[in-house]
Design a protein around this ligand. Sequence first.
Ligand SMILES: Nc1ncnc2c1ncn2[C@@H]1O[C@H](COP(=O)(O)OP(=O)(O)OP(=O)(O)O)[C@@H](O)[C@H]1O
Ligand SMILES: [Mg+2]
Length: 159
Amino acid sequence: MKNMYENEMKLQFLSKSNNEAFARISVAAFASQLDPTIEELADIKTAVSEAVTNCIIHGYEEKEGLINIFCKLSRNTIYIEIADSGKGIENVELAKEPLYTSKPDLERSGMGFTIMESFMEDVKIESILGLGTKVSMKKTIKIKNDEEEIDEKLNSFKI
Ligand SMILES: Nc1ncnc2c1ncn2[C@@H]1O[C@H](COP(=O)(O)OP(=O)(O)OP(=O)(O)O)[C@@H](O)[C@H]1O
Ligand SMILES: [Mg+2]
């Protein structure tokens, strides 16, 4: 039955830095329906955190705006879209370069997109200057056999 699983959810929240944790935890709670490992869940949380932080810091530059998240579960894959209606990105190819940041003064390291690309699959960035930015990504959760599942449960009790 797990292989046939389909589900969707949407979140909309203000671009306040406190909502980064809300978004990361909400998406992780939704993703947990696919029974991911702790590592897979950590990857999803990190990618969501990077994308939402980008909307807050770069998209809206600390001004108030709305961030939209759409998540879809299909079989054992989670699809995540994170969008803002902020200032947009002038040069997406440049923005994706490791270590490129437009805000070095804010001690940004320019690694957000690189992190999303290494932890998730098919990261796509669509942006229109003055209109906003949408990041789409997916992650396929490995289907575990029973032995792996028991190991995972035991590991989660270790300190
Ligand atoms: N939602 C967005 N709206 C506008 N510009 C963005 C958005 N997301 C990213 N950018 C642009 O792309 C650049 C690269 O983003 P990336 O997340 O890789 O690095 P960073 O945010 O600058 O640093 P870090 O994520 O390491 O703190 C940003 O510096 C910014 O110029
Ligand atoms: Mg970033």
